[in-house]
Design a protein around this ligand. Sequence first.
Ligand code: CUA
Length: 401
Amino acid sequence: MQPDSRRRVQRSTIRLVAAMTSGLLGLAALHQTVLADSPYSTISPASPQADDIHGIYKLTFWLALIVFVGVQAALIYTVLRYRRRDENEERPEQTHGNPKLEVIWTIIPAIILLVIFVPTVRTIYAQADEIENPDMVVEVYGKQWWWEIHYKEPENLDGVVTGNEIRLPQGKRVLFRFYTNNVIHSFWVPQLSGKMDLIPGHENEMAIDTENVGYFFGQCAEFCGDSHALMRFKVIIEPEEQFNQYIDDWRAGPSEASAEYVQDGDISQVPQAFGVCLACHQVEGTNATVASEGIEQDPGTLDAPGAARTAGPNLSLFGCRTTLAAGTLTNTPENLAKWLQDPASIKPGNYMATVIQEGTLSEEQVQELVGYLGSLVPEGGCGEIPLQPGIDERVEVTDPE
Ligand code: CUA
């Protein structure tokens, strides 16, 4: 090849690789700015644990980018430089094997793997150690398809049970213990931690430091059946004072706001229409206490589900929930009515739909329940948990066929 044409090839290669690199960097920047705002973003960590994981991600990302650009540059250069220029050109000498090159391209990836491996293993062990000496213990039970939350420690929290929204005080190390009595689920709050599986017959643990106030979206990350995609939840980290108020309010039971929906204004009783709900749902401070909670009960079988399978979320302070049906719908009276009229149309395969079908509840009963559940708010209000526009407003649900 003439020196002239070689220079041309080098120039074109440099230009192509430069264009490719800036394109990739542009994509990476877009990734950082656009996706960082999405609710399930792992690249905007909000806890020390998520931060550690993000550090490994960044290291891997940049190493992979360097490898990609290097490989593409070599490829493009080779294609341009050694292409066949005219029909009569001789084929170059064909060779097989090159021990020197082969050793090099084995050693380099081995070094790269080591560079990723060491901090990864170090992070895994460091995070495993964090489960010692927590400030708080919360048990999470994976149900089909929602999350039951049992507060355990410190003692003043013991007995508080909620569903799908995990309120936590700021500035604590929270130990989560995970259980399930049905299939495998996976607890994942991308901004706060890695994934942790919930496995039948096995206890898993994970610690999260609640450094930042805010609310963080979670999603089941292990396929677990019909409504796996609708098995969502939220972690709400609030100032400690507000959290303590929430716990007090939870224990206090319904406020006077519920009086107009119950017989003789007796707020320790649930309304008549709640009768069909009693077998599955509890409301603290009322006579709705018979439903099972936890995972100790008989799971039954798919054909004859036992109590542990069917028991639904504790509905105390329901009026303060931001969403319903495990993050499927925004908690509005209209959506709640839709849910009560025909839960199967919103969440395929859910156990409530085996009891409540279209027409099971009269329009009057639906309205009574919507009013009552919405009234389950504390005397002093719910505390500040704004909805996130565009994320929380999942009002459109298409009927499954
Ligand atoms: Cu639970 Cu997927």
